[in-house]
Write a protein that binds this ligand. Sequence first.
Ligand code: FAD
Length: 319
Amino acid sequence: MKVTEHINQSKKTLFSFEILPPLRGREIKDIFSILDPLIEFNPPFIDVTYHREEFIYVEKENGLLQRKTISRRPGTVGICSAIMNKYGIDAVPHLICGGFNKKMTENALIDLNFLGIDNVLILRGDPLKYENDFFAKKNGHKYAVELVHQVQNLNMGKYLDNTLEQKKSTLFNFCIGIAGYPEKHLESPNMERDLFFLKKKVEAGANYIVTQMFFDNKKYFTFVKKCRLKGIFVPIIPGIKPISSKKQLKSLPTRFYLNIPNQLVKKIEKAKNKKMVSQIGIEWAIQQSKELKDAGVKIIHYYTMDKPENIYQIVQAIY
Ligand code: FAD
């Protein structure tokens, strides 16, 4: 079932989860042990992130550096299929521009279609570690909007190579999700410009938006209001992540360009150990979730970061 159908049919707030594929060498049961406790909350769908190949530099015996390609967290599509098989729940794979050319993307979408997956979250992906800007693969996409266009073209039966056979092929029917940023995307010069490009993704065919994490619900409510004023009317699913370590007070704003309210910062700074930090993060996220639920938000999406314990406590408190 499509994410938008879940939203339209829901009479009360639903709770969805995002997981990461495990590190290379781990097993599918690692994923099941993350999801097993969360299934109790009847998630309408589970998102599985996509992680592009990275480059690392290894020193050779002669002292020269050799560039190696590694893929730390492969398996997004297989995990989606395993989730659907085991739990009978819709899985939403993330599909990114980074590292893909258009042909690879088309083949990936054909795989998803054969597996009965009818939702995709379309993203550009971040620049590589050693690059200060995002570079598209040759014949790939530079911005998520271009990838949305490609999926939408396939939804209309338009393949890259429109040979006779392909013209006769059945249409795809992907429900397309995209990312939105209540505190603006870090590369964007201002919110106005970010919303301009967000609207382009919706005009290209995106059906719903999932937000970057935020710690102040006002940011989300204002963002939704601004989107509506700009003519963006698709559902906007809020993304919530509980803080779980002191380090995140610095790493989250640096990585995701977001603000952490002072009240929360002060509480975490005062915490004597990791357990206390974690408890503060859980309580904060419960308050956020309660307010979103009371405001009639149809789905709240949780970034599990493959640590289900905190998320379990949060959803249990409001389920
Ligand atoms: P875009 O929509 O392409 O926007 C990127 C930037 O370019 C923005 O600043 C935008 O304003 C600007 N822009 C857009 N179009 C144009 C244009 N035509 N001209 C000029 N500027 C333009 N990353 C992963 O690698 N894997 C994942 O699984 C993943 N999952 C995510 C899930 C969510 C819910 C979110 C919020 C993010 C996720 N990310 C993931 C991170 C995401 O890839 C990064 O935030 C990335 O930097 C931007 O992706 P985007 O799809 O928003 O890009």
